[in-house]
Design a protein around this ligand. Sequence first.
Ligand SMILES: C[S@@+](CC[C@H](N)C(=O)[O-])C[C@H]1O[C@@H](n2cnc3c(N)ncnc32)[C@H](O)[C@@H]1O
Length: 176
Amino acid sequence: MINSTYILIIILLLAFLFLLYNIIVWLIVRVPHVKSSQERLTLIFQNLKINSNSNIYELGCGTAEFLFQAEKYQSASLVGFELSPLLCGYTKLKTKFKKSKVKIKFQNFLKADLSQADIIYMFLVDQAVQQAWQKIKQETKLGTIVIILADQIKDVQPDKIIDINNSQTKIYFYKV
Ligand SMILES: C[S@@+](CC[C@H](N)C(=O)[O-])C[C@H]1O[C@@H](n2cnc3c(N)ncnc32)[C@H](O)[C@@H]1O
């Protein structure tokens, strides 16, 4: 009886700490962690050419599914930026287990050097996307491909728009 009460208290405490952690991260980052679905990633890779010189960045990478899948194309480098400590630690561990060459940086992408990027992927919220674009267009080379799930860059014509079956959400491809 006492044991099960203790277990219940520990579970509630852990759930509370996890909730608190997520609230604190959200207050700092202002972007919730939602994963890009496999269906959407498949559509992106069907429309993207990656070669052995490509430097690929994921801004706000979470568990970095995009980068892990991009790794199959033998690109030059794969770098993800993530500000949530738990997600960052988890994804770094995943790179070790998978013996992957994906590099995860615990860093605000708005303060990172993006100048070497050839392909940039992001799935954020509108305000973060607009901020990222201001940095990308100043810093990256002409021809850098920017792929955004869900949000559009204001007043910039996308190179390509991909529709997703049974969804209002679209995938936008831009070129710097
Ligand atoms: C919607 S999730 C997308 C995760 C992953 N890119 C995917 O598509 O599955 C956005 C992630 O970006 C992270 N993030 C938001 N702003 C950031 C910033 N300025 N620097 C680094 N990470 C950021 C959040 O912590 C969150 O994990």
